[in-house]
Design a protein around this ligand. Sequence first.
Ligand code: UN1
Length: 514
Amino acid sequence: PDLIADLHLSDLAAEPQWPSALVAGAAHYADAPLRAMPSPIDGALLGHYAPATAGLVNHAVEAAHGAYLKWRSVPAPLRGELVRCIGNKIRQRKAALAQLITLETGKIVAEAEGEVQECIDICDFALGLSRQLHGLTMASERPQHRMMEQWLPLGAVGVITAFNFPMAVWSWNAMLALVCGDAVVWKPSEKTPLCAIALQRVVEESVDELSERVPAHICQLILGEQAAGERMAAHPLLPLLSATGSTRMGRSVAQQVAARLGRSLLELGGNNAAIVTPSADLELALRAIVFAAAGTAGQRCTSLRRLIVHDSVIDTVCARLTQAFDSLPVGDPRVEGTLVGPLIDADSYWAMQQALQAAEQQGAVRLSGGGRLEDGVPAGGHYVRPALLRVRGNLPVVREETFAPILYVMPYSELLDAIDLNNGVSQGLSSAIFTDSLREAEAFIGPAGSDCGIVNLNIGTSGAEIGAAFGGEKDSGGGREAGSDAWKNYMRRVSNTINYGDSLPLAQGIRFGQ
Ligand code: UN1
C-alpha cells in the first residue's frame, strides 16, 4: 500500500508529513542502532527504524503536555470534530490500513479489516461522547447551596500497545482521550511500527486540516523499546499510563507509575475459558470455540485457551474439534480462504513448542495439531496447526498464558466444579458458557459465577464489540477500556459546592465561633 512508502531513517527525518516528534527529535537518532522490521508472513524485511532515546521520549511528552494546555479549553463537542475527521479518514483507507495490519501481524484480511472497523466504531462512539461527558448534581444539606461534579481533562496520556491489535487498542485509548481533552503519547509495539506510523499520519493530516482549533503535537508517536516504556511510566507529565500487554510488563509499569502516584489503566493477559454444558447447542458452540481458539492464530488476549466440557458431551466435543482443527486452512494470511495465519515470530513458535512439551510431561494427551507447517505456506514464517489437548484440569502449564493457538479441554460433572475451574487461574479477562438452561446461565453470570471482566452467554470469549467496557480482573490488570463509562479514566472528577446565599452554614451542623 502507498502508506508504507519508504521508511528509511533519513526519509523519516526529511519528510514533513512524518510524525512531528520523530522529525523534531531526528537529532536523537544520530547514534541509535537501527532495528529491522520483518514481516511474520515470510520474514521479508519491511524496513528499519531507530528506537527512540530517553531524550526523544521527554521531548514528545513535553510537546504533548504543551498541546494539552491549549486543548483542554476547546469545548468538548469541538474536540469531537477532530475525532470525526480521523474516523472519516480511517473509513476511506480501511482496505489499505488492513493490509498493513496483515503485513505486520500476519492477521488474515477479514480480521484485519475487522480491526480497522473497530477503530471506526470507537471514533463514532467517541464523537457522540463528546456531547455526553456528563456529571451529576447532588442535594446539599445546607440551605442555598448546590453540589455538583464535573469531569475535566486530565493531561497528556501515555498509551502502550501490543503487536496483536496494533490499531484498535490505540484507537480505544486515543479517541476517548482526545474528546476528553487530553493529549496522547503513544508507544506501539516494536513489532508493528508501520501500523502506528500510518495512523499517526492520519492524525497529523486531521490536525493540519483543523489547525485553527487543534494544537499541533496533540498526538505524539514514539517508536521505542522497553526503555521508552519505562521512561513514560516514570514521567511526571503523564498523569495516566494505559498499557496493554503481558502481565509481567503490566506489573512492572504499574509499580513505576504507582511510585509517583500516577494512574495506570492495565489491559494484560488472559487465560480464558468456556464451559460447554449438556444443554448447549453444540453446532453453535463448536463454531464459536473454533473461532475463539484458532482465530488470529490464538494471539488475542481474549483467545479461548481452556474448554471445560460436561462428561456427557466431552467425547463428542473432542472428536468434532479434532476434525475441525485438522481441516483448518493455515497459511498465507493474504490468500482468500486462509483462516489461520502465522505466529508473530520465532520466539512465539518456541514458546508454543515448550508449552506443548510441558503439557505432555504433565499428563496432557494431544488430540491434534501443534506442529510446524512447512509445505504450502510462505517460507520464513512460523505457521502451526492449532493444537488441541485433553487434560484433567488446570495443570501448571494450563495456568499460564501461552500466546499461541493451544486449546486445553478438561471434563467436569457439576457446574460448581466447572465454575471453580474457570476461576482457578490467576488471570480473569474473558469467559463464556454454552447452555440453554436459565439456571446455569444466571449462575455463571452472577456474583458467585465467573470472576472475569467479560462473561458471555452462548458466544465465545473473543471478538467483543466496542460498546461495552473491555477488561478483566486479577492478573488481567483491572482496567476497563473502550465503551460504557471507560471515558472516566481519561478525566479528573471535580466536586464543587456552591453557596448562592448570604450566610455561611457549615456542614454537619458545626458551629464555629457564633
Ligand atoms: C486484545 O487482544 O488485546 O474482543 C484485544 C476482542 C477484540 C479486542 C482484543 N475486540 O477479541
